[in-house]
Design a protein around this ligand. Structure first.
Ligand code: DC
Length: 232
């Protein structure tokens, strides 16, 4: 099966969005774009420029605009570099995770990164190709015309437990209570920000993954791709 066009995958962290998005892209011989990694890379650029949550938004925006980041779109090996350095592991650490909601709430940061996302998406879909794009505002702002929009949800407890397992797998120390508090804090910030807040598009398929395995979600999505005639 080969995907034509864009599948928009939105929802908060810990819903299995990345796992399912990558697997769907692989199953459909499509490209894959993790827009969260781009906001994390911009956050790392701001941190490296010595900025914090208390810095003026204009300085945070300037750091993001000047960030030389490259996003790989191969679902088998998703990569992201900053100034030529692979930062895939560093952007998942606590420094970036604690600051990324503030950086992604700056309107100029979003304008800059959405423009870069549009360029990557355009090059993936030209000549009849397809791409699975994951984030928070893909179906509402980045590609509102996407022919398939999915919004994954899960309870904060299940999402924190998933995050904890990911941290353990990557060798990062984490505490379930702290992770749950962070999940809830980021939900609050991401859903209440003025620009492009997190919410499900009116025409998105909403899937609660508390009791759905990644395999089950993937099966549903592959069936939808076929049903909507998106397989080329
Ligand atoms: O998916 P993630 O946890 O790696 O995303 C990191 C942060 O980036 C998240 O707190 C919200 C923000 N983000 C966003 O505002 N818009 C997107 N399209 C993707 C992520």
């Amino acid at each position: 099966m080969a995907l034509r066009g864009v599948v928009a995958m939105d929802g908060p962290s810990g819903t299995g969005k990345s796992t399912v998005s990558r697997r769907l892209a692989k199953a459909c011989s499509a490209a894959y774009l993790d827009t969260g990694a781009m906001y994390r890379a911009a956050t790392l650029a701001a941190l490296r420029a010595g900025l914090t949550e208390d810095s003026p938004a204009a300085e945070i925006a300037a750091a993001a605009a000047g960030a030389r980041m490259e996003s790989g779109t191969d679902p088998a090996t998703p990569t992201i570099t900053l100034d030529g350095e692979d930062i895939s592991a560093e952007i998942r650490g606590p420094g970036v995770t604690g600051f990324v909601s503030a950086v992604s709430a700056v309107p100029e940061v979003r304008t800059e990164l959405v423009a870069r996302q549009h360029a990557l998406i355009r090059s993936a879909v030209e000549d009849g190709g397809g791409i699975v794009v994951e984030g928070r505002d893909i179906g509402t702002v980045v590609v509102p015309e996407a022919p398939l929009k999915v919004y994954l949800t899960a309870s904060p407890e299940v999402r924190a437990a998933r995050r904890g397992r990911q941290d353990a797998k990557a060798g990062r120390q984490s505490d379930l209570h702290v992770t749950l508090a962070d999940v809830e804090r980021r939900d609050r910030l991401d859903s209440s920000r003025r620009v492009s807040p997190l919410y499900a598009a009116a025409d998105a398929l909403v899937l609660d993954t508390d009791r759905l395995s990644a395999d089950a979600v993937l099966d549903k999505l592959c069936a939808l791709v076929a049903e909507r005639g998106l397989d080329g």
